[in-house]
Design a binder for this molecule. Structure first.
Ligand SMILES: [Zn+2]
Length: 317
């Protein structure tokens, strides 16, 4: 199952292969978790297929699938650290071997944003003047660290986020987990991770419950909220993310857009809070939550920052 954006990308390559207009260097960029590598593997089948159709049956397609195609190489770094310059130097050498099975010699460079300057310099020449059969596909999260020479020689293609319709087809979830589609923010990778995260449901329930109580009149609720946040300190990013999405939901509810809320199973809680605070207050709280990571950096310790945030939230209300 591919997203609409993946399909668009793949069909771009399909038509280039069929019309013989394939370029020599491409950059596919997009956030982590959108399925760049999965799309690239399909693209490789189109490029290496003997029938130019990713038929899945010819020698080209089959060897791409098993990773045994002599004209196809993936340069990767599973540890997500800098791509060793040696790997790129080896690719530079390898590119001058003429293709054996296919018309092309294809190199896919995964996590290309992790190539350092010496690594990129090592391959500049072959990107500038590649042998006619060579095709490079750089896959990266962003272009920030890619040398301008490589960018200018490459055709840049973006992979967009997944629509919630696509996510629902790719990974059907039971009703009580449907909120995860919103939390995944259009990333199939995040959605898969989230759906296997057994702690997440408890975290979300806890953040929302303690926040709803905080907006009530019980004076002990501040202590309970602080306790809960400190107990879950190792998940601080998630705590903040849940709070931000919940506050956003309160604002959507107040502006009569309840069908857009992320926590669709928590309408009762969203409504309870939205009756107690004005839109401005909700906005003020959202800003506090957004600033929380910065505050943690400033205090250098989570405890102090979480306490301050929760005291401020209860004070705003
Ligand atoms: Zn084929």
């Amino acid at each position: 199952m591919f997203s609409s954006s993946q399909k668009k990308l793949i069909s771009h390559f399909e038509s280039c292969v069929k019309s013989g207009t394939l370029r020599q260097s491409y950059i596919i960029k997009g956030e982590t978790g959108l399925g760049k590598k999965t799309a690239a593997k399909k693209i490789a089948e189109y490029i290496m297929c003997e029938n130019h159709s990713a038929c899945g049956k010819c020698g080209g397609c089959l060897s791409v699938k098993t990773g045994a195609h002599p004209d196809y190489a993936i340069i990767s770094n599973e540890d997500k650290k800098v791509i060793a310059v040696d790997k790129l130097r080896a690719m530079k050498k390898d590119v001058f071997t003429k293709p054996i099975m296919s018309k092309y010699r294809l190199f896919i460079i995964e996590n290309a944003h992790l190539m350092d300057a010496p690594g990129q310099n090592a391959i500049l020449k072959i990107i500038e003047e590649p042998p006619s059969y060579a095709v490079f596909i750089f896959i990266c999260d962003n272009l920030n660290s890619i040398l301008p020479t490589i960018i200018s020689r490459s055709h840049i293609l973006d992979l967009e986020k997944w629509s919630s319709e696509d996510l629902k087809i790719a990974l059907p979830l039971p009703k009580d987990k449907e909120y995860m589609y919103s939390y995944s923010m259009g990333s199939i990778g995040s959605l898969k991770e989230l759906s296997q995260d057994e702690e997440f449901a408890d975290l979300r329930n806890g953040v929302i419950k303690t926040f709803v109580d905080l907006m009530g009149t019980n004076e002990l609720s501040l202590y309970d909220a602080i306790d809960f946040w400190l107990l879950n300190a190792e998940n601080k990013e998630k705590l903040i993310e849940i709070l931000i999405l919940f506050l956003r939901d309160v604002m959507l509810f107040k502006t009569s857009l309840p069908n857009l809320v992320a926590n669709s199973d928590k309408l009762k809680e969203i409504q309870a809070v939205s009756q107690k605070i004005t839109l401005n207050k909700a906005f003020e709280m959202l800003q506090l939550a957004n600033d929380a990571p910065k505050m943690m950096g400033k205090y250098g310790n989570f405890k102090m920052a979480a306490q301050t945030l929760l005291i401020q939230l209860s004070g705003v209300h």
